[in-house]
Design a protein around this ligand. Structure first.
Ligand code: NAP
Length: 356
């Protein structure tokens, strides 16, 4: 499918999301008609930023009311679409009930959307926004890999409803996606598996967990130190580009690790300090593993001893070469993503510098 010859509309689920915003923008820039599935299309004020993006592009946008947990609610939005981008899934870490708040919407939502694709004869391709969280659960899992690096052949087998529930929700959802895709032969499934996404957002009301990390590094929450936990980082605009390639490139097949940098909490803090200096109380130290093991569970209920022992002090390395080789993806520098994200928070007065 050549994007330049596509006249059919395309569907983006969860169009109000942080990642989806840039996907929608890129699709509109390509002149496409985007069917934006959102929970509440009557909140025109919350969608104005997407209208503005559409007005500045050659494409057009239409809103549809859909909910992951409401069977059949994607039918109108998907009608006549050639490509479905399924991005909707809750990305929150601190939840009251992991089954209700994470696993059900991720898993049942994926089933809801992909079964609708089975009923919609125009659909040729479905792109699911999965995650590196469906590839690994804890950094310790890296020891079990064949090459010492995470690849698209790896699956997260260490998460559960009680341990890394968000990662578990993404794993169950992606497995379900492949099961449904393998049961038919009309449309092709391609999954985009991003690591932690950073970079400026388009939606002024965004709630993605991505914002929490940068905010906490700058607002003093982590002033005493950060845990030395390795993680992948990728820019939100590079993730959007991967979605377009996954949706339209004839070579796109299977899963794509979408991660620009094998990084860590301390490295992100360092990139921010290098740019913003002492304007914010960025952490300067790492908290020793033994101390986190001892007091972590009392400070933050997610910092369990199991989490500490299987993640702190351990690196994270992934092989991102498949997307580079097959789809020509390039990645922005980590500092650009982190700095522009914090700068956006400063400009919108969500964060105020201590000095200057
Ligand atoms: P986000 O801004 O919180 O977006 C999540 C989207 O899902 C929102 O549009 C939200 O709609 C929608 N949603 C949640 N529950 C829903 C429901 N019951 N019915 C319909 N829509 C629902 O988070 P994000 O960071 O952009 O995440 C988007 C996707 O990327 C997710 O699949 C996430 O797992 C994946 N991902 C994110 C990262 C990252 O670092 N950000 C990394 C890897 C993968 P409302 O606006 O109505 O709440």
């Amino acid at each position: 499918m050549d994007i330049r010859n596509t006249t059919s509309p395309v569907l983006v689920t969860g169009a109000t999301g942080y990642v989806a915003g840039w996907v929608v923008k890129r699709l509109l820039e390509e002149g496409l008609t985007v069917h934006a599935a959102v929970r509440d299309p009557s909140r025109a004020d919350r969608l104005r930023y997407l209208d503005d993006v559409a007005a500045q592009s050659s494409g057009s946008i239409r809103y549809f009311k859909s909910d992951l947990l409401e069977a059949g609610s994607y039918a109108d939005a998907m009608r006549d679409c050639a490509v479905v981008f399924h991005t909707a899934s809750p990305f929150v870490i601190d939840v009251a009930d992991a089954q209700r708040d994470l696993i059900d919407p991720a898993l049942l939502g994926t089933r809801n959307v992909l079964e609708e694709a089975n009923r919609t004869p125009t659909v040729e391709r479905v792109v699911v926004t999965s995650s590196c969280a469906a590839i690994y659960g804890d950094n310790a899992d890296q020891r079990e890999t064949k090459t010492g690096k995470f690849t698209e052949d790896d699956w997260n087998t260490s998460s559960s409803v009680d341990h890394q529930a968000y990662s578990y929700s993404k794993t169950l959802a992606e497995r379900e996606a492949w099961k449904i895709a393998d049961g038919q032969d009309r449309w092709r499934l391609v999954t985009v598996n991003p690591s932690l996404v950073l970079g400026p957002g388009l939606n002024p009301f965004a709630t993605s967990e991505s914002f929490t990390l940068i905010k906490q590094l700058a607002d003093g929450t982590l002033k005493v130190g950060v845990p030395d936990v390795g993680m992948g980082i990728v820019d939100v605009r590079d993730v959007a580009e991967m979605h377009l390639q996954a949706g339209f490139n004839a070579n796109a097949r299977g899963r794509y690790i979408t991660s620009g940098h094998n990084a860590s909490f301390p490295l992100i803090a360092q990139a921010l300090r290098d740019h913003f200096g002492d304007q914010f109380p960025f952490p300067k130290r790492t908290v020793p593993k033994w101390l986190l093991w001892l007091i972590g569970p009392f400070v933050d209920k997610r910092m369990t001893r199991k989490y500490v022992s299987r993640n702190v002090g351990l690196s994270w390395v992934a092989d991102n070469s498949k997307g580079i080789r097959e789809l020509g993806i390039t990645y922005r520098p980590l500092a650009e993503s982190a700095v522009e994200m914090l700068q956006q928070m400063i400009d919108s007065e969500a964060l105020k510098p201590e000095t200057g």
